[in-house]
Design a protein around this ligand. Structure first.
Ligand code: HEM
Length: 341
């Protein structure tokens, strides 16, 4: 078992330097106006950590913000691609998108109480949840993009960044749609505890509890877990992983942490191969990762993905889109495509 648990679950949130706001004004009247943002949806400063994302004064603008603009979404995607080239932040952007979406509870009908991809993770209140340790860094990377495109909601930006990161790392094209509406204040954040824990006594049962609640199935659980082909765990963030390994000590980007795969910036099926073989103590296997080859139903998919990358890519793309849509509120209801036909 390669997983190493640090005794300290403490996490660090780094206050951002003060920043300037440059805004790109959309010509479409249906988008968030600067004034509506100033009323509290985007430009007020975060209270607890003072790093400038999503302040706490949202109530006044509850109805003010409307959906994303297709032209701006496409430009924002270009900016995200540039950001990825210089910062190698693919993994944390994928994690951010997942943590915004993964709060969805299909038994709750009412939006936004049901959770899902609604931009709520930008608020300090939710960012402080233990599961989100370290994600402040992803928000800091994306804030300049948000500042430039007032016609892109946070909820869309997080999902756009995640899908773009998967694609740019060599993963499948995700059939995404946009138009997600943002929550407007921290009082709309979900309670803590909706995301999975890596180290419960019955990991497979725990994964089912959490992912079935999101309306996902066993195939989705295994396919989505394959996102751990990217990135690392760090003791000072989640409490999991080694401080550094031969694969992470030199970065690229921030050095350190323990990855699941040797090439942790490449999206492929090596996660399943490594978890199956456990050949290298420098690679991470969380209890939840291990359960994919232990539980009889999960194992069928895990074995398949270890030998068939096309099957993994197909199922991953489908599950990723599902995760990113369920719980979200779209305006227009059918969503917006940003692909050229
Ligand atoms: C199945 C239940 C899951 C558990 C228990 C879990 C747990 C974790 C933990 C403990 C970390 C380390 C965080 C850190 O120390 O910075 C992590 C990282 C990560 N997770 Fe998961 N995760 C799960 C599912 C997912 C899913 C569904 C996705 C995406 C579809 C995902 C994407 C990632 C990525 C990309 C990273 C690396 C982040 C980085 O390098 O900064 N995880 N996860």
């Amino acid at each position: 078992m390669a997983a190493h648990r640090s005794p300290s679950m403490a996490f660090r949130l780094i206050p951002a330097a003060s920043k300037t706001f440059t805004t790109f004004r959309s010509s479409s009247s249906s988008n968030c106006s600067i004034s509506s943002l100033l009323r509290g949806d985007g430009l007020s400063r975060g209270r607890a950590f003072g790093w400038g994302l999503g302040g706490s004064r949202g109530a006044a603008s509850a109805a003010a913000c409307s959906p994303s603009d297709p032209a701006q979404l496409r430009s924002a995607r270009g900016d995200i691609r540039e950001l990825l080239k210089t910062t190698f932040c693919h993994p944390i952007l994928v994690r951010l998108g997942w943590h915004d979406a993964g709060t969805y509870n299909k038994s709750i009908e009412e939006w936004p109480r049901r959770g899902g991809a609604n931009g709520s993770v930008r608020f300090d209140k939710e960012l402080k949840h233990a599961a989100n340790a370290g994600l402040v860094n992803a928000l800091k990377l994306l804030q300049p993009v948000k500042d430039k495109y007032s016609g892109v909601t946070y909820a869309d930006l997080f999902q756009l960044a995640s899908a773009t990161a998967v694609e740019e790392a060599g993963g499948p094209k995700i059939p995404m749609k946009y138009g997600r509406v943002d929550v407007s204040g921290p009082e709309q954040c979900p309670e803590e505890g909706r995301l999975p824990a890596a180290g419960t006594p019955s990991p497979a049962a725990h994964l089912r509890d959490i992912f079935y609640r999101m309306g996902l199935n066993d195939k989705d659980i295994v396919a989505l877990s394959g996102a751990h082909t990217l990135g690392r765990a760090s003791p000072e963030r989640s409490g999991w992983g080694k401080p550094e390994t031969k694969y992470t000590k030199d970065g690229p980007g921030r050095p350190g942490g323990q990855s699941w795969t040797p090439q942790w910036l490449k999206f492929d099926n090596s996660y399943f191969k490594e978890i199956k073989e456990r050949r290298d103590a420098d690679l991470l296997v969380l209890p939840t990762d291990a359960s994919l080859f232990e539980d009889p139903s999960f194992k069928v998919y895990a074995e398949k993905y270890a030998v068939d990358e096309d099957a993994f890519f197909k199922d991953y793309a489908e599950a990723h889109a599902k995760l990113s849509n369920q719980g979200a509120k779209f305006d227009p209801p059918e969503g917006i495509s940003i692909e050229h036909h």
